[in-house]
Design a protein around this ligand. Structure first.
Ligand code: NAD
Ligand code: ZN
Length: 249
């Protein structure tokens, strides 16, 4: 619950940290109208995301997978960053938050003005060719699907990491680099079940760092977090940042 007590505790831990990082998941964008995979709106035409976000699904039915991505792309294009995204940007501007590591494929952290962002699962607003190095930005959903590469005619695929695929090496290295330095982590809107990002909170904890969690529901992180706030990110984060600023004046 979002009480004065937990807000105060979280704010104190943030102010006392030297190298705070954040891990975000789809829950932080839920209040912007982008469904999480596991929430009630996560299903699309009775399909589960696990049946669509895989290389196997793409190669057996690229049209169906692209229809699903078109639907998701249109939601991301319509969405705006919410108070939680802006609160994190403010913490970064205050010099208190060093890096945001996100599992999200939307661009709402970028649009909220964050500078130091590590995107682990790619970008839903880009497509790349499965055969050559061609890539393009997506400004509107595709009219003809599946889209083809204008250079070589092969299929274009969304530039995201699908289930069973490895994470981009650069992003992974940066993630470990910042996690090693971290003495605190904010864990926001993620069930912390998708590896390797899901292991970050316990990694920071085992290194002697503090863990502050904000999630609507309990997660595997909740029982060892120093503060676990069961609340909407768009309500909890602005309250915490307001308190942090009171400490700083
Ligand atoms: P997840 O495993 O990160 O779970 C979402 C979590 O958010 C849940 O624990 C839920 O309790 C919490 N939550 C929901 N609304 C919240 C709110 N308003 N405030 C705080 N917490 C809230 O995410 P997932 O949906 O299971 O997705 C797994 C993967 O799918 C991600 O790693 C990501 O790559 C991809 N995905 C991305 C987006 C996006 O970019 N916006 C959306 C859906 C899925
Ligand atoms: Zn090509």
């Amino acid at each position: 619950m979002l009480t004065e007590d937990v807000v105060l505790k979280a704010a104190k831990l943030i102010v006392n940290s030297n190298y705070l990082i954040a891990l975000t998941g789809s829950g932080i964008s839920a209040e912007s109208g982008i469904p999480t995979f596991r929430g009630e709106d996560g299903l699309w035409k009775k399909y589960r995301p696990e049946e669509l976000a895989t290389p196997e699904a793409f190669f057996s039915d690229p049209k169906k997978v692209w229809e699903w991505y078109n639907w998701r792309i249109s939601m991301v294009l319509k969405a705006e960053p919410n108070k939680a995204h802006y609160a994190l940007t403010e913490l970064e501007k205050l010099g208190l938050l060093k890096t945001i590591i996100t599992q999200n494929v939307d661009d709402l952290h970028e649009r909220s003005g964050v500078k130091n962002l590590i995107k682990l699962h790619g970008n839903i607003l880009e497509a790349r060719c499965i055969s050559c190095s061609y890539r393009e930005k997506i400004k509107t959903p595709y009219i003809e699907i599946p889209p083809k590469c204008p250079k070589c005619g092969s299929l274009l695929r969304p530039d995201v990491v699908w289930f069973s695929e490895p994470l981009p090496t650069g992003a992974l290295e940066k993630m470990y680099e910042s996690a090693k330095k971290a003495d605190g982590i904010l864990v926001i809107g993620t069930s912390a079940m998708v590896m390797p990002a899901g292991a970050l909170p316990s990694f920071v904890k085992n290194n002697g760092g503090v863990v502050i969690e904000i999630n609507l529901d309990p997660t595997p992180v909740s029982h060892y977090a120093d503060v676990s706030i069961q609340s909407k990110a768009g309500e909890a984060l602005p309250a915490i940042v307001k308190k942090v600023k009171e400490f700083l004046v």
